[in-house]
Write a protein of this length. Sequence first.
Length: 276
Amino acid sequence: MSKADQIFLQNCRDILEKGVWDTDREVRPRWEDGTPAHTVKLFGVVNRYDLREEFPIQTIRKINYRAAFDELLWIWQKKSNNIHDLASHIWDSWADENGSIGKAYGYQLGVKHVYPEGEFDQVDRVLYDLRHNPGSRRILTNIYVHQDLHAMNLYPCAYSMTFNVSGNTLNAILNQRSQDMLTANSWNVVQYAALVHLFARCSGLEAGELVHVIADAHIYDRHVPLVEQLMERESYPAPVFRLDPAVRDFYDVTVDGMALENYQCAPGIGKIPVAI
Ligand SMILES: Nc1nc(=O)c2c([nH]1)NC[C@@H]1CN(c3ccc(C(=O)N[C@@H](CCC(=O)O)C(=O)O)cc3)CN21
Ligand SMILES: O=c1ccn([C@H]2C[C@H](O)[C@@H](COP(=O)(O)O)O2)c(=O)[nH]1
């Protein structure tokens, strides 16, 4: 059984059994028909994935990992905030008439900052430090930029990655303020696990642990029956992540260069309604 399935199902059981509903409150998100999208949530969920053991992807439903990798590269490699640079349509509801999602995600990672060694954006600074200062305890990105929040159509959810090298092993902490468990938990874990593999390869390191810290882990009201359906499903062994052996430079990585070998999984559960 994939460890990622076990962790996801345990998180969901905990949320449904011990979580707190916001049904008595005004909430921002809406369903497509305009109905308020309420949630049941648990505060402070922390999950650890050991990337040396297995690649953390759910197998209880088919995850479109190619689309997840594509979104990861859209943000971290292309540093784009325009949906026209994205292969899927998952961000369409948050884009303006020009396709922009505002000063969010890729935009923030592309902003250059001054350091003693010169100007770098956040991604290039991490890659520089992993090569030149692997012992540093200051290797992190943060896209929750308060002065620009007014210009973001959705505030960043997965907003910070802390990279830390122990020996020859690259570990990381993903900080996420808000997690739609059904729609995006596996999606986000798959993306950031792949990012640790990519950064490890491009820095001459081995991928180690990914620690995922979620402040508000929630299940939307209309997702509860779908989650209950997933709880009854069979789980399969996890696949293996393979990266094109020729790749050494992060900017040469492509979705086709990333593969999940032996990804066995149950079918999808149809189109998941996403709260906007
Ligand atoms: N309420 C909400 N939940 C989210 O997860 C979310 C947002 N809003 N807003 C911004 C982004 C968009 N994200 C999304 C949105 C949709 C899918 C989705 O529909 N996934 C499908 C497959 C998509 C495809 O194949 O192209 C799935 O079955 O996982 C995934 C992530 C994550 N984010
Ligand atoms: O990568 C992502 C992006 C978004 N989400 C979810 C988490 C929430 O359900 C919504 C955002 O709504 P807020 O009111 O701003 O928290 O999107 C996600 O899980 N992962």
